[in-house]
Design a protein around this ligand. Structure first.
Ligand SMILES: Cc1cc2nc3c(=O)[nH]c(=O)nc-3n(C[C@H](O)[C@H](O)[C@H](O)COP(=O)(O)O)c2cc1C
Length: 193
């Protein structure tokens, strides 16, 4: 049977009308069209406290961090869209990365990141589209053993970038975001197929 890549897609933002959630949805569609099996999740469905070593020492990882780790372990690659907060990675996303990076259930620290193929993107109402946050995210993930593809895209003026149906108003943006999903899918097929 031919190999079908498994891709986990999520945004590093929680709010319901998040433009990063719209961004990741389009990239996920691109991966689906290219033949991947895509799991699109909303981190809001996995609430966790801020990382606190006392919580970990007293009761281990929060249940939702464990659920996320298991999901991540079960996928070959990730699509991540994250907003830029104060020129860096969103605290929301960093909290999830920190919890899921911890050792658990026989898996060493960072097990759900090592060797995963990842493509990142961002959306921001500013002119740079959150690009500076991507530098930060790239640094964090690459030191965790993730293989980050060079392709990325930043959706600028994001508050006016999407139609009611979730598609991008600008075909260039739509194609680039779908292209990120396609690129990740094709890379995984070349690697494992
Ligand atoms: C605490 C905070 C800091 C922010 N800092 C930046 C920033 O440095 N650069 C930027 O382009 N946008 C910044 N923004 C604006 C976000 O890009 C904007 O709120 C964006 O829509 C958030 O992503 P979302 O639509 O997915 O929720 C900031 C927003 C917040 C709440």
């Amino acid at each position: 049977m031919s190999y079908q890549p498994k891709i986990l897609a999520f945004a590093g933002a929680l709010r319901t009308d998040s433009t990063n959630k719209k961004t990741i949805r389009i990239a996920a569609e691109g991966a689906l069209k290219a033949g991947a099996q895509v799991t699109l999740i909303d981190l809001k469905d996995f609430p966790v406290p801020l990382y606190d070593g006392d919580i970990e020492a007293d009761s281990g990882l929060p249940e939702n961090a464990i659920k996320l780790q298991e999901l991540m372990l079960a996928h070959d690659g990730f699509l991540i869209s994250s907003p830029e907060y104060n020129s860096g990675i969103s605290g929301t996303l960093k909290t999830y990365i920190d919890w899921t990076s911890r050792a658990h259930g026989g898996h060493p620290a960072g097990a759900c990141y090592g060797g995963k193929i990842v493509v990142i993107m961002s959306a921001s109402p500013g002119g740079l589209g959150g690009l500076r946050g991507l530098f930060d995210l790239r640094k964090v993930l690459s030191t965790m053993g993730v293989i980050l593809l060079p392709n990325e895209f930043a959706v600028s003026r994001s508050h006016d970038a999407f139609n009611e149906d979730g598609s991008a108003k600008d075909a260039f943006v739509q194609n680039n975001l779908e292209g990120l999903g396609k690129t990740l899918t094709e890379f995984l097929i070349r690697l494992n197929g």
